[in-house]
Design a protein around this ligand. Structure first.
Ligand SMILES: NC(=O)c1ccc[n+]([C@@H]2O[C@H](COP(=O)([O-])OP(=O)(O)OC[C@H]3O[C@@H](n4cnc5c(N)ncnc54)[C@H](O)[C@@H]3O)[C@@H](O)[C@H]2O)c1
Length: 370
C-alpha cells in the first residue's frame, strides 16, 4: 500500500495556514479546481499529512496545528474552517533571528515570542524522528538566516527532505547543496513561487518582449500587502536576499540583463488593511521597431498565501518522490519550476518538460518496437 507524505512545517504563519486548509479541502471534496497538478507520481494532494508544526509565537505553540493556523497574527482567508482533528501539534522552536525586533513592538499584529525553554538541535531532531517526518517545509520570516540554517542542520541529521520556501539560500548555495547530496536527501528551493503571482507574470511578460524583439529598457514591480510577511520586510536589512531572489527571477527571463538602476523589483509597502491581499504594480518600458518606445502597466491583486500554497503542495510531493527514488541534493527542474531562486534558472516550459518526464502522468508511451 502507498504511504502518505508526513510533513513538518517550520513557521506556522499564513502560508502554512493556506497549505493545511487547502490540503484538507481537496481531501474532503475531491475537487480539482485550483490544483497545479492532481497526480505527482503516486501522490495526490490528499496524501499529504501534516504531522508537526514548529513555531515560537505564544499564541500558536502548544496548540493543535489545526487550531494554530487560525491564530493571530495570521490573517489569510479561512476557506476551510472545520478541519478534522489530528494528533499534530505545534512545538516550541528556536528563535535565533526568526523574530526581528520591530515585529515584537507591533502588538497583536506582530510576533509575540513564547517565554518557554528553547529546544536544541537534538530536541528538534528527536521530534522529526518521532513523527517519522518525510519532508520539512521552511516558512520562516524573510531574513531568518541563522534560524533556517539551524532547522536545515536538524533536517540533515534526522534524514528529512526539505522544501525551502523562503529566500535564504540553501538549495542554491553550493556548500549547503553538497551536504544534502552527500546525505542522500532531496531539497527543493529556494523561495517558493506563487501559482500566478507577480514574479511569474513579470517573467512571462519579459520573455514575451524579448521573444518579439522588443528590448526591455526599464522595469519595476512594486508590491504592497498587509500580512506579517510584509510587516517583517519593513526592515530593509532583512530584505537583501528577497530582493535578489525576485530580481534575478526577472533578469533571467530577459534577453539582456538590465543595469541595476533600470530594474526595481521587491516588496514596497505594508498596508495593514490589505491583510493577506497582495497588490503588485508592474511597469515594463521597451523599444520596438524603428526604436519607437512602448510601455505596459499592470496591476495584480491576489490572496498571497493560497497563491504560495499551490506551489508548495507540488514541491512537497516532488520532494517525497525523489526521496522514494533515493535521490539526494537539489532537485534542479523542481526548484526551477517552483522557486524564484533555484540553483539553475530555466524557462517555465523547459522546467515543466523535465518534470513531466520525471513524474507527471502523460500519454501512454509508444512501444519503440511498434
Ligand atoms: N506568500 C507568498 O506568496 C510567499 C511566496 C514566497 C515566499 N514566501 C515566504 O514564505 C515565508 C512565510 O510566509 P508567511 O506569509 O507564512 O509568513 P508569516 O509571517 O505569516 O509566518 C512566519 C511564522 O514563522 C514563525 N517564526 C518566527 N521565527 C521562528 C523560529 N525561529 N522558529 C519557528 N517559527 C518561527 C512566526 O511566529 C510565524 O508564525 C516568508 O519568508 C515569505 O516571504 C511567501
Amino acid at each position: 500500500m502507498k504511504n502518505g507524505i508526513r510533513v513538518a512545517i517550520v513557521g506556522v504563519g499564513n502560508c502554512a495556514s493556506a497549505l493545511v486548509q487547502g490540503t484538507a479541502y481537496y481531501r474532503r471534496t475531491g475537487d480539482v479546481t485550483g490544483l497545479i497538478h492532481l497526480d505527482i507520481g503516486p501522490y495526490r494532494p490528499g496524501d499529504v499529512e501534516f504531522v508537526l508544526g514548529i513555531d515560537v509565537d505564544a499564541r500558536k505553540v502548544g496548540l493543535p496545528l489545526a487550531e494554530a493556523i487560525f491564530a493571530a497574527p495570521n490573517n489569510t482567508q479561512a476557506f476551510e474552517r472545520d478541519l478534522p482533528p489530528t494528533e499534530a501539534r505545534v512545538i516550541m522552536g528556536r528563535i535565533l533571528d526568526g523574530v526581528a525586533p520591530h515585529m515584537t513592538q507591533a502588538g497583536e499584529r506582530g510576533f509575540q515570542p513564547a517565554d518557554l525553554p528553547q529546544p536544541g538541535k537534538s530536541d528538534i531532531v528527536a521530534a522529526l524522528r518521532q513523527e517519522r517526518v518525510d519532508v520539512l517545509i521552511n516558512f520562516l520570516p524573510v531574513g531568518s538566516q541563522a534560524a533556517s540554517e539551524f532547522y536545515m542542520d536538524c533536517a540533515l541529521e534526522a534524514g528529512v527532505g526539505v522544501v525551502n520556501a523562503i529566500p535564504v539560500f540553501i538549495a542554491s548555495d553550493p556548500a549547503w547543496e553538497a551536504r544534502f547530496r552527500q546525505r542522500g536527501l532531496p531539497i527543493v528551493g529556494d523561495d517558493i513561487k506563487a501559482q500566478v503571482g507577480a514574479t511569474i507574470i513579470h517573467r512571462m511578460l519579459s520573455s514575451l518582449f524579448s521573444a518579439r524583439g522588443v528590448t526591455v529598457e526599464r522595469t519595476y514591480q512594486l508590491n504592497t500587502g498587509g500580512n506579517t510577511d510584509f510587516m517583517n520586510m519593513l526592515d530593509a536589512g532583512r530584505l537583501t536576499r528577497k530582493k535578489l531572489s525576485k530580481t534575478e527571477a526577472v533578469q533571467a527571463a530577459l534577453a539582456q540583463r538590465l543595469e541595476d538602476e533600470n530594474i526595481r523589483v521587491g516588496p514596497s509597502e505594508y498596508v495593514p488593511w490589505q491583510k493577506d491581499n497582495k497588490i503588485a504594480f508592474m511597469r515594463i518600458e521597451g523599444t520596438g521597431w524603428g526604436r519607437v518606445p512602448m510601455n505596459l502597466e499592470l496591476r495584480l491583486s491576489v490572496e498571497d498565501s493560497p497563491n504560495a500554497a499551490a506551489c508548495a503542495m507540488d514541491a512537497i510531493r516532488f520532494c517525497k518522490l525523489a526521496r522514494d527514488r533515493g535521490e539526494g541534493g537539489a532537485l534542479i527542474a523542481e526548484s526551477a519550476y517552483f522557486c524564484k531562486h533555484p540553483p539553475q534558472q530555466m524557462a517555465e516550459e523547459a522546467a515543466l518538460c523535465l518534470l513531466a518526464s520525471r513524474a507527471l502522468p502523460h500519454l501512454p508511451q509508444l512501444d519503440a518496437a511498434e
